[in-house]
Design a protein around this ligand. Structure first.
Ligand code: ATR
Length: 273
């Protein structure tokens, strides 16, 4: 039995064990998957011990994604772009490989699960923390027309935009400079939803047929989703599908088998309802 786990702090709330055990059942893979409470001051030796003891792979969640990035021997391009790692694996050569599946997770959820088109679309993303940085590369690679970043602290949005300058039409914007009807896809990547708050978005910025996506999820409709509906968004989604899709991509990296996400997403939907 190959050993896998998710590591975070706190970790008790993590849905990853449930998701990956469901994937393993579905695909007949012989593996174990547990939740590990990561030590805040000795994360790196803890991870090295996990792999030295035969562990095959780890998912990494808050607050360790940057530390995981720093400990890898080899990083994928998307991990390098994200500056953070959510998937670790031990290679046959015993080196530790790091990847980041968050961006591919949101892109797959939008395009495959929801049927939204990203190509040619004007995308506005709210927030400029690790969550946003993690998805920018894959969004740009999906052929969007432009990516604008708006953040409560504008300097952080400018820093992020500069980081991705070579990857497409990316720029930071101020809330007060957002133009009417200028957004086809609006993504909330700020942590405002987690505290039940709403980013200070001006009315009227959504284009006809716009889609709105909150990277958070929780019981009931998030304030951002209600706001977007009120603004006439044609389609609105929370981030539960992103959770399932990033997990599926991690599973694929480890096992070279792609699980079906639909049944697992249905299970998650019942759990958070
Ligand atoms: P994460 O890893 O989830 O991205 P983070 O790095 O702490 O977490 O970033 C949180 C993001 O949410 C930031 O962009 C933050 O804005 P600031 O950079 O100005 O701090 C944004 N955020 C948090 N609470 C917010 C709120 N109530 N309104 C608007 N933006 C908020």
């Amino acid at each position: 039995t190959d050993r896998y786990a998710v590591i975070g702090n706190p970790i008790a709330h993590s849905r990853s064990p449930l998701i990956h055990r469901a994937f393993a059942d579905q695909t007949g893979q012989d593996l174990s998957y547990e939740a590990l409470l990561g030590p805040l001051d000795t994360f790196t030796p803890f991870v090295r011990d996990f792999f030295a003891a035969g562990g095959r792979g780890l998912n990494v969640t808050l607050p360790f994604k940057e530390q995981a990035y720093a400990l890898c021997d080899v990083l994928s391009k998307r991990a390098q772009q994200a500056g953070a790692v959510n998937t670790l694996m031990r290679g046959k050569d015993d080196r530790i490989y790091g990847d980041n599946t968050d961006g591919v997770g949101i892109v797959r959820d939008m395009t495959q699960n929801h049927g939204w088109t990203l190509a040619g679309k004007r995308v506005l993303i709210i927030g400029a923390g690790g969550a946003v940085r993690g998805v920018m590369g894959p969004l740009l690679a999906a052929g969007i027309a432009s990516l604008r970043i708006v953040n409560r602290t504008p300097e952080k949005a400018e820093t992020l935009a500069a980081l991705f300058k070579g990857e497409g039409d990316v720029a930071a914007v101020r809330y007060e400079d957002l133009e009417p009807g200028s957004v086809d896809i609006l993504i909330n990547g700020s942590s405002a939803s987690l505290s039940g708050e709403l980013p200070p978005l001006p009315a009227g910025i959504l284009a006809d047929g716009a889609c709105a996506y909150d990277m958070a999820y929780g019981k009931g409709e998030l304030p951002f989703m209600a706001w977007a509906r009120g603004q006439g968004a044609a389609r609105v989604s929370d981030g539960l599908g992103m959770l399932a899709e990033q997990a599926a991509e991690s599973f694929y990296i480890w096992r070279h088998v792609r699980p079906e996400t639909a049944p697992v997403l249905a299970m998650l939907r019942e759990l958070v309802a």
